[in-house]
Design a protein around this ligand. Structure first.
Ligand code: ADP
Ligand code: GLC
Length: 487
């Protein structure tokens, strides 16, 4: 039964699983509509019209046409995806290209990313305000810098009496969308927007800054990260602004899609399993070993599934691989990203044939198999706003070994003496992210692995934890409602 909704939200994002994904943002944007629906919120997603998105939506209707959206013709298209409404900005000059959502096929950022996402944010504000063919929305929910200008277009171009309220969610402070001053002239915003109260940031245009400054509420994807971004190390320049608006800031932890990520029904697994049939994981372990060219054995098998970047601590992982193998561990890594990190991983695999297997690329099905077959997943991030792979690990009995930061610290219970004694432990936490920190954590994990009663208890406690969207869906709905009542 579809619940009655009395509040409409336009969720504005540059990614949405399964249509387009480079990371966790897509998973969250894909899952949010179903998470808030039970709380009376009708959420419509608004996405850029990348070729893959347009191809995946069969029945499309044109709602509105722009002769010039910041200089190029465009259309707003309505369609349905997963039985839910979805709106798309079809603007071939900005989005009809081969390559990724942000970069060309060689991995270089598109030269016009500022303009592409400014146009997207402007169209989002038009749609939310009810002047692009759709009914006015109560709330515009912007995700990350790519939609950061949407609250600015609402502030400067929509009359206050009919202006939707806005929420800016920060999924990652490391990407802020900063462009040079002359870019301001392309935005078709009034001169008044060029100020520290508006979009100006250190003499240029700050897209995430604009959203953080002008949205009615700011959220980030875990309570831990909400605290961290008040400090320079994590705020990355925006800490002052965040502190100044901390009464508008909250941390709402991500859930996971428990249908797409359910080990009992997962088609990508060689053998589905539950907390009561953990021995079936061995079949998946054999499948992982075969896929990664690893020796077949029962010793501890670690996995890593990630973007290969400094954020994710991959340089530290490379240093620690010899230690991991020296203790009898093996590693199956799936990832894509920095060329230097890829090279370091290949060198480690060459040093340890049969013990370290690397797969460079993006492979959703293989990510599921790894969670179902590996014993533990390493997440040594230097910062992690929420992190999803540790949550998938918990759901799949793949014990997370995580850095104590951001959402990782909020979602994994360290196997210390007290937590083990009470049966609460769900993984291993460590700090700092350094050779010592990570190698100690790996040693500790391997000791736990060789104590089957403790290990099973950690796996089962993780699988029993609630990582669904139930609580967070209710938190987002309550936030939208509070904002609407205040407006
Ligand atoms: P981030 O968004 O910072 O990359 P998250 O942990 O929030 O980190 O989300 C990463 C998402 O992308 C997860 O769904 C993970 O399974 C997926 N993922 C990352 N790298 C790969 C890859 N190479 N192949 C398949 N899935 C991947
Ligand atoms: C970002 C963060 C990650 C988070 C994801 C979804 O990509 O790096 O920690 O889980 O967004 O919110």
């Amino acid at each position: 039964m579809i619940p009655v909704s009395d509040l409409s939200v336009l969720s504005v994002a540059s990614e949405c699983w399964p249509l387009v994904k480079t990371g966790g943002l897509a998973d969250v944007v894909g899952a949010l509509p179903a998470a808030v629906a039970p709380h009376g919120v009708a959420m419509t997603r608004f996405l850029p019209g990348y070729p893959a998105v347009l191809r995946a939506l069969p029945r499309k209707r044109t709602l509105f046409r722009y002769d010039s959206l910041l200089g190029a013709p465009a259309r707003i298209i309505a369609a349905k995806h997963d039985e839910r409404p979805i709106l798309v900005l079809d603007a071939p000059a900005y989005f009809d290209r081969d390559g990724g959502p942000y970069a060309d096929p060689m991995g270089r950022d598109w030269f016009d990313n500022g303009l592409r996402f400014a146009a997207f944010a402007k169209a989002a504000a038009d749609v939310a305000a009810g002047r692009a063919g759709a009914k006015r929305f109560d709330v515009l929910h912007a995700h990350d810098w790519q939609s950061g200008l949407a609250p600015a277009y609402l502030t400067y171009t929509v009359d206050e009496a009919v202006r939707p309220v806005s929420v800016m969610t920060i999924h990652n402070m490391a990407f802020q969308g900063f462009f040079a001053a002359d870019f301001f002239g392309r935005l078709e915003l009034p001169r008044t927007a060029w100020s520290i109260e508006g979009v100006e940031y250190h003499g240029g245009v700050g897209m995430l800054k604009a959203g953080v400054k002008l949205a009615d509420a700011i959220t980030t994807v875990s309570p831990g990260y909400a605290e961290e971004i008040k400090k320079p190390q994590f705020g990355m320049g925006l800490e002052g602004l965040i502190l100044g608006r901390q009464d508008r800031l909250s941390g709402i932890v991500n859930g996971i899609d428990t249908q797409a990520w359910n080990p009992a029904t997962d088609q990508a697994l060689a053998a589905p399993f539950t907390a009561g049939t953990l021995e079936a994981r061995t079949t998946n372990k054999r499948a992982v070993e075969a896929a990664f060219g690893l020796a077949e054995e029962d010793g501890p098998l670690f996995t890593v599934i990630t973007r290969l970047t400094w954020q994710k601590g991959m340089d530290v992982l490379i240093e620690v691989i010899d230690h991991l193998v020296g203790l009898g561990g093996r590693l199956a890594l799936l990832g894509t990203g920095d060329a230097a990190i890829e090279a370091g991983l290949h060198a480690a695999a060459a040093r340890h044939p049969g013990r370290v297997g690397i797969r460079i690329g993006y492979d959703e099905a293989l990510a599921h198999l790894l969670q179902g077959g590996a014993d533990a997943i390493l997440v040594p991030s230097r910062f992690e706003p929420c992190g999803l792979t540790q949550l998938y690990g918990l759901a799949y009995g793949c014990v997370p070994v995580v850095a104590r930061t951001g959402g990782l610290g909020d979602t994994v219970i360290d196997a210390n003496v007290a937590a083990l004694a009470s049966g609460a432990a769900t993984g291993v936490q460590f700090s700092p992210v350094s050779y010592e920190g990570l190698s100690d954590a790996i040693s500790r994990t391997i000791r736990l692995f060789h104590d089957p009663a403790k290990w099973r208890s950690i796996q089962r406690a993780g699988m029993a934890a609630d990582f669904s969207w139930a609580q967070s869906g209710s938190d987002y709905a309550a936030l939208y409602r509070r904002l609407k009542e205040r407006s």
